[in-house]
Design a protein around this ligand. Structure first.
Ligand code: 5GP
Ligand code: 5GP
Ligand code: 5GP
Length: 249
């Protein structure tokens, strides 16, 4: 029984891969503050109900105020960059996220607390590192370490079949990786299975676009998702496109 209309059951914490936002037909625009580093960025922290529905735009009397988060702005430019066109400094994106989603969790987090919670979750989940270290836990107990890494790599990556290449983790290198291995890598690193949302690049390849994790109503603890989001189909093998310089080993 909900006491107020703005109550909610959990958050989706959604991060986006910039390479997948930018290599689509629609393309993207870098922020006026500069090209983001090649890392996952925050999309949003979205209050949700256990039945899959969600509240939005809960409090028109609580507008976004840059002054309330002035100490967070430089972190937000790094961790929550805007990639939509035309280029902006991020304020429009953050303001949209606050108005649409943040105002629905005001009973728990004020404006500063809301943005701080998202930044802390991004740091805590460290998705790129989780993917890059994939396989390290999986293989450390095997005696024929090198062989198994190689086998795993050539199995997960269609493009590199036949190449003599060691498995170096799941990297944003334009290769294809198994959806299940991507999910397993994140589960190995943070303890919870994410939901993966795919989009399509200019050649029609399905690729890793957004990673959904669920968070309790305090905004700080990752939990098992009470209900899965309605994401787009991925297929069993998906591209992890690069975003800028990637060492081609
Ligand atoms: P899309 O249709 O691009 O997946 O989502 C459009 C927008 O709707 C998202 O950016 C987000 O604001 C909102 N949205 C989509 N799915 C969900 C959901 O499952 N829960 C919540 N809280 N918001 C969602
Ligand atoms: P949603 O309603 O889906 O949470 O927010 C998406 C809105 O934010 C859209 O209007 C989109 O144009 C804008 N936006 C600005 N920068 C970005 C970005 O980097 N990624 C995404 N997904 N949306 C952005
Ligand atoms: P299953 O739940 O049987 O593993 O997958 C059923 C369908 O859901 C398949 O088409 C599969 O590609 C898709 N699927 C499974 N996990 C995810 C995920 O995390 N994200 C997305 N977008 N689709 C998924």
């Amino acid at each position: 029984q909900r006491e107020v209309a703005t109550d909610f059951d959990f958050f989706y914490f959604v991060q986006q891969w910039p390479g997948s936002y930018c290599d689509t037909k629609q393309s993207c625009c870098y922020p006026t503050t500069g090209k983001p580093v090649a890392d996952f960025g925050v999309h949003g922290l979205w209050p949700n109900y256990n039945d899959g529905s969600y509240p939005s735009n809960c409090d028109p009397d609580s507008p976004f105020h840059q002054s309330e988060i002035s100490d967070l702005i430089s972190s937000m430019q790094k961790s929550w960059p805007t990639l939509a066109c035309p280029s902006g400094d991020g304020l429009k994106f953050w303001s949209h996220e606050w108005d649409k989603h943040g105002t629905c969790s005001e009973s728990v987090l004020d404006q500063h607390g809301y943005f701080e919670a998202a930044l802390n979750l991004k740091k805590k989940t460290n998705l790129l590192q989780a993917l890059k270290s994939a396989g390290n836990t999986r293989f450390q107990h095997f005696p024929y370490d090198t062989y198994y890494r190689h086998y795993f790599y050539t199995t997960v990556s269609n493009k590199s079949k036949g190449k003599k290449k060691m498995f170096t983790g799941i990297q944003p290198d334009g290769e294809f990786y198994s959806l299940n291995n991507i999910k397993a890598a994140i589960k190995d690193a943070i303890g919870y299975t994410p939901y993966i949302d795919c989009n399509v690049d200019q050649s029609g390849n399905h690729q890793l676009y957004q990673v959904y994790l669920c968070v309790d109503t305090s905004g700080s603890n990752i939990i098992d998702c009470p209900v899965l989001p309605k994401g787009r189909r991925c297929g069993s093998s998906i591209e992890f496109p690069s975003f800028g310089n990637v060492a081609e080993d």
